[in-house]
Design a protein around this ligand. Structure first.
Ligand code: LLP
Length: 420
């Protein structure tokens, strides 16, 4: 059961609510529309998959940082994966248990590490200088920091190069050759840090779970080596990265259960607590960006649907040619011609497209058009380019539409210059 579906009358619904009706009541367009129940179902899929294992599900806040969504996920039992001091502040505000939070990143600054140390969150060691910064923060705070070693396992995730992170040319993590240097260094800092686990993150949009298994085999081997050096490791963190069905072609992709089942025996065999860091697979398919058609135009042989949403609200297609499914929210007029369109925004940039070569019925001016699977890396990557203020967000909660974030306003923008 998925939250967005077209009914026989040709209207798109979100959990029983007509998207067309939400458009009529919304503060403005475009806006993001989520299903709260779908978020719960996605989390439950992980919970069920993890039964019988000690585990932490660390939601990758970078995927979507709406405070209401964070509070909901925390309420379901989620931990959090953070990549900045501000993400940690937001996680704390949302009530996340800091001992179920992991601070990641290749360029963590001392100030943010101090905040992490004060709150007792796990910190991933990414490099030699990162280790020094963590030690500095531990000394400032006077607390021992629990750390995981982020190992670059050099596994090809078979995804777009911009979202591959665990291969040898990546800027993330430490290389195998350096493992013993790190273990010695960590031993010498036994007053400041405690090594509790090993971490890897292969990349994002991964649709073959064998890749996770290959990485887990390597990681367990590292864990054996590290334990042999006298460290009491408890955690294996296999990162995030599970892909979703962006193409809506009906192909069945691996679910959390498939992912966890490929690593379950390995985790049990070493008596480890498994940490996973899903972002996309928890939140992407719970949301659409809802736009209004401004007009339709033809330039030579090319046809365009121009909408009010753009790369400012949703940059994934422009940034890495990502495909996100597009459809109209209401039935088209009986004489509407079906054509191949590029769906573009009003931003002054040729990269401003939401979809290329899409077969769609010619929409009327003002018609609603959604970009699907917009819950992850869309709002959190929105900009104010061309002074398009960031959009409001709503969710359907038990049949009612509730605003979960105000749209950013021009007045808020000009305030940045107050008193200067
Ligand atoms: N853990 C680490 C260390 C990560 O770097 C990431 C994502 C995650 C977990 C969560 O991965 P997920 O489960 O969401 O795949 N902006 C790109 C995606 C960048 C992903 C960055 N790292 C996009 O729009 O597709």
């Amino acid at each position: 059961h998925h939250c967005f579906s077209k009914s026989a009358d040709g209207y798109l619904y979100c959990e029983g609510v007509r998207v067309q009706d939400v458009m009529e009541g919304a503060e403005r367009s475009p806006f993001y529309l989520y299903s709260k129940a779908q978020i719960t179902r996605n989390f439950d899929a992980y919970r069920e998959a993890l039964e019988g294992l000690r585990s932490i599900v660390g939601y990758a806040i970078k995927a979507n940082n709406n405070l209401k969504i964070l509070e909901h996920l925390r309420g379901l039992g989620c931990g959090a994966v953070l990549v900045s001091g501000n993400e940690l502040r937001l996680a704390l505000r949302a009530g996340f248990d800091p001992t179920r939070c992991i601070f990641n990143g290749n360029g963590k600054i001392v100030e943010d590490l101090v905040l992490a140390a004060e709150n007792g969150v796990f910190v991933n060691v990414d490099s030699e200088f990162d280790l020094e910064n963590i030690v500095t923060a531990a000394r400032v705070v006077g607390k021992k920091v629990p750390v995981l070693l982020r190992i670059n396992p050099d596994v090809d995730p078979q995804v777009h190069p911009y979202v591959a992170t665990g291969n040898k040319t990546s800027k993330f993590g430490i290389r195998n050759e350096n493992l013993h240097w790190f273990l010695n260094a960590i031993k010498s800092y036994s007053n400041e840090i405690k090594l509790v686990g090993a971490h890897c993150h292969l990349g994002s949009t991964i649709t073959k779970v064998d890749i996770f298994r290959d990485a887990a085999v390597l990681m367990v081997n590292y864990i054996d080596q590290i334990r042999a050096q006298g460290f009491e490791l408890e955690y294996l963190n296999i990162g995030g990265g599970l892909g979703i069905d962006y193409y809506h072609t009906g192909t069945v992709l691996p679910a959390p259960m498939d992912l966890i089942n490929t690593v379950r025996e390995l985790v049990l065999s070493r008596d480890l607590t498994l940490i996973i860091e899903p972002g996309r697979s928890l939140i992407a398919n719970t949301c659409c960006l809802v736009n209004r058609v401004t007009g339709v135009k033809t330039n030579g042989t090319k046809k365009f649907i121009v909408i009010d949403g753009s790369m400012a609200e949703l940059i994934r297609p422009s940034l890495h040619g990502a495909y996100q499914h597009i459809e109209l929210v209401s039935p088209s007029l009986p004489d509407a011609e079906v054509s191949t369109f590029d769906v573009v925004g009003p931003v002054c940039e040729s990269a401003d497209f939401l979809g290329k070569d899409r077969e769609l019925p010619t929409p009327a001016k003002g018609a609603g058009l959604v970009v699907h699977d917009a819950g992850a890396y869309c709002m959190s990557m929105a900009s104010t380019y061309n002074l398009k203020m960031r959009p409001p967000e709503y969710w359907v909660d038990n049949g009612s539409v509730v605003k979960i974030r105000h749209g950013e306003t021009f007045e808020e923008f000009v305030k940045f210059f107050d008193g200067l």
